[in-house]
Design a protein around this ligand. Structure first.
Ligand code: NAP
Length: 262
């Protein structure tokens, strides 16, 4: 008789956990925030604004029977993130899950991209993720428990054909390696750090001008022949947030419809 105390379906149960999601007012972050709640977590939803998409996320989570708060903050401000994590712990309880999805994208040829365009994107996509991890880990390391998930991109692994976005691609490669580096700094202290690298995903980010006219090409370049829906990012996030991934740290999980195989 095989003896085990493992209850496999409960591996994905997030009941009683508190999650903190950046970029929770739109796209991937919004859908994952709701997905974490649907698995039992209470969720702090951070975005640039408290109203609009963030308010919608909070309402959907409350309707699903869980606690949620909306926090307006800029991820490039470390003090604002510290305050956001402190408020989360006061209102919801000890933080044990963080998912960092706040990010921007735009394009311009490398020869002509000016410093402001480069720096603004790097500040949000790289420094913003770093500051978020620092603020979240400060709480998690105190508790000796936590899972941080950073949304990187397949653009951190490949170069998107037809898109001149050197700063974006570099920022996402940075997020992947930063995640591995922090995973190793905190490996003995109960805090796991992993990243998810989505392929082309149908969100407001992909309605930007340089993307729209190429949508068909992006679908053709993807082995599965289509873009991902935001729903398809939820399962990977629940896996990495939950005890189902208790032996995973420093992993970059490509969720790209097979893109990086070709
Ligand atoms: P999205 O719909 O534009 O959502 C991103 C959210 O982050 C927006 O609500 C945005 O607010 C917020 N945000 C941006 N800068 C912020 C800041 N400084 N402080 C706080 N919040 C900020 O985009 P998405 O497609 O869901 O992207 C989410 C993440 O997935 C990004 O990191 C993106 O790079 C990554 N990703 C996306 C795809 C894709 O195909 N969609 C593929 C791979 C990776 P504003 O709208 O006010 O800027």
């Amino acid at each position: 008789m095989l003896e085990t105390t493992l209850n496999a379906p409960r591996l994905f149960d997030l009941s009683g956990r508190v999650a903190f999601v950046t970029g929770a007012g739109s796209g991937i972050g919004q859908r994952i925030a709701l997905g974490l709640a649907q698995c039992g977590a209470d969720v702090a939803c951070l975005d640039r604004r408290e109203d609009g998409g963030t308010a919608e996320t909070v309402e959907a989570i409350r309707t699903a029977g869980h606690k949620a708060i909306a926090i307006a903050a800029d991820v490039t401000r470390r003090a604002a993130l510290d305050a956001a994590v402190a408020r989360t712990e006061t209102e919801l309880g000890p933080l044990s899950i963080a998912l960092n999805a706040a990010g921007i994208a735009n394009a311009n040829p490398a020869e002509t991209m000016d410093e402001e365009q480069y720096q603004t994107l790097m500040d949000i996509n790289m420094k913003g993720v770093f500051f978020s991890c620092q603020a979240e880990a400060a709480a998690m390391l105190r508790h000796g428990r936590g899972s941080i998930i950073n949304i990187a991109s397949m653009s951190g692994v490949i170069v998107n054909r037809g898109l001149s976005q050197v700063h974006y691609n570099a920022s996402k490669a940075g997020v992947i390696h930063m995640s591995k580096s922090m995973a190793m700094e905190w490996v003995g202290r109960g805090v796991r750090v992993n990243s998810i690298s989505p392929g082309y995903t149908a969100t407001p980010m992909n309605t930007r001008p340089e993307m729209v006219h190429q949508t068909k090409a992006f679908e053709e370049q993807t082995p599965m022949g289509r873009m991902a829906s935001v729903d398809e990012m939820v399962g990977p996030a629940i896996f990495l947030a939950s005890d189902a991934s208790s032996y995973c740290t420093g992993v970059d999980l490509l969720v790209d419809g097979g893109f990086c195989c070709w």
